[in-house]
Design a binder for this molecule. Structure first.
Ligand SMILES: [Zn+2]
Length: 230
């Protein structure tokens, strides 16, 4: 079982009921001042990603840019995230430059980018299409109309418990659109949203809506994460 998006610096060990059963976590950071703390977390299950989240875009400086380069240069297992665009908080125009520069860095070092996108699907799609990315994880994904073009760009769709605030019909429509070999399951721990208690129960809930099995969803998600980071 894997967790394709969480924040280890915001609360690590025992963050949810079946946390111990997770074999790989993609741990993201939101601000440059979290990077050192994440670096010191000693858990081989963590795939550490470093980035500046669009909510904190104004904290992206020449200094943080140089530091991100340094981290990726020194650690071949480090990746980039959480980066992105958000129409609901802050100014997209200001976020854009920060997002593009971090995408450039991920492309340059051949690392996976974990992307937060609220209402900016078209711009994110263009940013991915304009680069040769090693891998893209679309975190807390929710837009069924963009599944096809993002699939064509070989992006992965990471589903968070937040999706369960939607009606079952909408959840099923989204899940049906996502190819099984592109599906990921995340918790966004500790910011789960909804009534989340553990990865198993989350997968069971999704499976009951889509008419699949929790085991199949969990297995597909694990296999897909292995492929992105191989
Ligand atoms: Zn997050």
């Amino acid at each position: 079982m894997i967790d394709s998006h969480m924040h280890a610096v915001d609360g690590h060990t025992g963050a949810y009921s079946d946390y111990e059963e997770i074999s790989k976590f993609v741990s993201c950071s939101a601000k440059a001042d979290e990077w050192d703390a994440q670096m010191t977390i000693d858990d081989p299950r963590l795939i550490k990603s470093y980035g500046v989240h669009p909510w904190y875009a104004e904290q992206w400086t020449l200094e943080s840019k140089a530091r991100l380069h340094e981290i990726l240069r020194n650690d071949p297992n480090a990746h980039v995230g959480e980066i992105g665009l958000d129409t609901k908080r802050g100014q997209v125009l200001g976020q854009m430059m920060v997002f593009m520069q971090q995408m450039d860095i991920a492309e340059y070092y051949g690392r996976v980018a974990s992307i937060h996108d609220i209402g900016c699907e078209k711009m994110v799609l263009e940013a991915v299409a304009a680069r040769k990315m090693k891998g893209v994880i679309l975190h807390s994904y929710g837009s069924d109309s963009y599944v096809k073009p993002f699939s064509e760009q070989e992006c992965y769709f990471s589903i968070s418990p937040r999706i369960l605030s939607r009606s079952d019909i909408r959840v099923k429509r989204l899940m049906d659109a996502i190819p099984m070999d592109r599906l990921l399951l995340e918790t966004d721990s500790p910011n789960y949203g909804g009534d989340f208690s553990g990865m198993h129960s989350f997968a069971e809930r999704l499976a009951s809506i889509t008419g699949t099995s929790a085991e199949d969803l969990i297995a597909a998600s694990e296999k897909n994460l292995g492929r992105i980071f191989e």
